[in-house]
Design a protein. Structure first.
Length: 223
């Protein structure tokens, strides 16, 4: 039983690594695929893994685990992660929902379900899930980036600004946070703040917003 569980864990980590490589929608302010506080084994290499086959094995293994124990929150979460990686979003949402219902303190289930909703442009639902996750782990930076991205896509720029600002408090040198907050300031026509964030983001290695502002005919170039 221990060896079976260990093998399943290895396969789940493989799915996790695949999920990290997936960009659900190619937007600069997009929701992060980073899974907070979940680390793959240092002793495994997955560069030659037949990923789809491994994901199907995860699904089969976790389904068997659920037959043995229908209240196994971890099995629902792991199977949801596999479905998520396979872009079977409806099933992923179902499993993350069960994982959260059985273990309401697991913020990963809410975060991951919020990511799936974001992939389907259901940003209001994303905000709800990221807010639940933040309530469980208020010091996790990724959650503020994710909720900020959802607010951005809802065009609720002041709320996005608050989340990106909190992200900066937690990670002061987060270039994307400055870049994305600057975009919010730009869209609500707070140009000095947009320029300040664009310059800071560029100092940290992300000059896309600054380049955009310099090419824009709407405002003066940032000094």
């Amino acid at each position: 039983m221990k060896n079976v569980r260990s093998k399943r864990c290895v396969m789940v980590f493989a799915a996790f690594l695949l999920l990290l490589s997936v960009n659900l929608y190619a937007k600069e302010e997009g929701i992060s695929e980073k899974q907070p506080k979940q680390k793959p084994s240092k002793n495994q290499e997955f560069n030659q893994v037949d990923v789809n086959d491994q994901l199907q094995k995860i699904i089969k293994g976790e389904t068997e685990a659920l037959k043995a124990n229908p209240k196994n929150a971890t099995a629902y979460y792991n199977r949801g992660l596999a479905y998520h990686s396979l872009k079977q979003y409806t099933r992923a949402i179902e499993d993350y929902t069960w994982a959260a219902r059985l273990n309401p303190k697991d913020m990963r289930a809410y975060n991951n379900r919020g990511i799936v909703y974001g992939s389907q442009n259901q940003y209001a639902k994303s905000v709800e899930d990221f807010t639940r996750a933040i309530a469980l782990d208020p010091d996790e930076p990724t959650l503020y980036r994710n909720r900020g991205a959802a607010y951005f896509n809802l065009q609720q720029y002041p709320k996005a600004i608050l989340d990106y600002t909190k992200l900066m408090d937690l990670k002061p040198n987060h270039a994307a946070a400055y870049n994305n907050r600057g975009r919010c300031f730009l869209l609500i026509e707070k140009y000095p703040q947009a320029c300040a964030d664009a310059n800071k983001a560029c100092d940290l290695g992300n000059c896309r917003l600054l380049d955009h502002i310099k090419e824009s005919k709407k405002i003066d170039k940032c000094e």
